[in-house]
Write a protein that binds this ligand. Sequence first.
Ligand SMILES: NC(=O)c1ccc[n+]([C@@H]2O[C@H](COP(=O)([O-])OP(=O)(O)OC[C@H]3O[C@@H](n4cnc5c(N)ncnc54)[C@H](OP(=O)(O)O)[C@@H]3O)[C@@H](O)[C@H]2O)c1
Length: 340
Amino acid sequence: MLKKKEKYTVAVVGATGAVGNEMIMTLEQRDFPVEKLRLFASERSEGKTLEYKGSQVKVESLTPDSFKGIDIALFSAGGSRSAEWAPVAAKSGCVVVDNSSQWRMDPEVPLVVPEVNPHDLKWHKGIIANPNCSTIQMVVVLKPIHDAAKIKRVVVTTFQSVSGTGKKAMDELMEQTRDILSFKEPQCNVYPHQIAFNILPHIDVFLEDGYTKEELKMVNETKKILGDDSVKVTATTVRVPVFRCHSESLNIETEKKLTANETRAVLSEAPGIVIYDAPEKNIYPMPVDVTDKDDTYVGRVREDDTIENGINMWIVADNLRKGAALNAVQIAEKLVEMAE
Ligand SMILES: NC(=O)c1ccc[n+]([C@@H]2O[C@H](COP(=O)([O-])OP(=O)(O)OC[C@H]3O[C@@H](n4cnc5c(N)ncnc54)[C@H](OP(=O)(O)O)[C@@H]3O)[C@@H](O)[C@H]2O)c1
């Protein structure tokens, strides 16, 4: 458990990456009670500096002693780094909030979205997992509907931005776009195919059954966060040439009937959601409007009359904020509230 203090020593591991950068900004914007900020990345970045509240903070590389004196560590340096270093950090007495998929399905590790299951923070043993970006925004919306009408099944198709893959993928989309518009052959290094002016129905690796690991994450993580194995989820995850924000088409089948108006009413009372739904005025959530926003935006709410109790909707959230950095910082804020 975190010991109550006025201010905390906070570490960001993976500070030079897409999520790490956003974490530093989010800590600053939300005025998290930081006594001292320590930044870590690979040896390649050692000695670089990054700005926090007008000061330059040096980037360090990790050593077994790095976590001494650190209260909270926000990890976003990839699964193998989390596998190696999160236990080291936890053993040093620091609470880890980990963004990788390494610990998410470990029964000893809570998987938390603060709007949905903050109570799970009570049983952490030093490591708390931040869910997958596409799962986070979906469960923010599913939770109030599940409470109101009990969800039986969800069919989700995602439209995920390249920042979900990290900084190199953002650079690749930029370079390919530039090359194609200059009649040059685009180079593919991050994805197996060109992403500029294209769509890839492929996120993470393919499994034997034909699904991808990203699709499986959405299925398993949703059940764990909602604490209900009976909710059936089937997913198709798709990469689109957008820099920021994941969009999702959701088809939700419930036990109890909810009309479109009742669904909007339930969602408008829930935390972390903005209803952005006036199709007669061409108002619906889009990545360009939701970039840098904290909430999950919901639009195109309509009844599915092909099943007894079904609702369709379109949701968009900023994957680097709610899908990663913000969710991690909100977990840290909850830990501070619970500190004794
Ligand atoms: N992007 C998203 O929307 C999103 C959402 C949820 C979760 N995540 C997860 O967050 C993690 C980071 O994602 P990202 O998108 O920020 O990736 P990224 O832009 O590629 O950044 C990776 C970070 O990890 C650091 N790193 C690499 N090797 C390291 C090592 N040996 N020791 C210490 N640090 C090392 C990098 O440092 P250098 O700059 O020195 O190489 C960089 O700071 C991944 O686990 C990802 O799955 C991402």
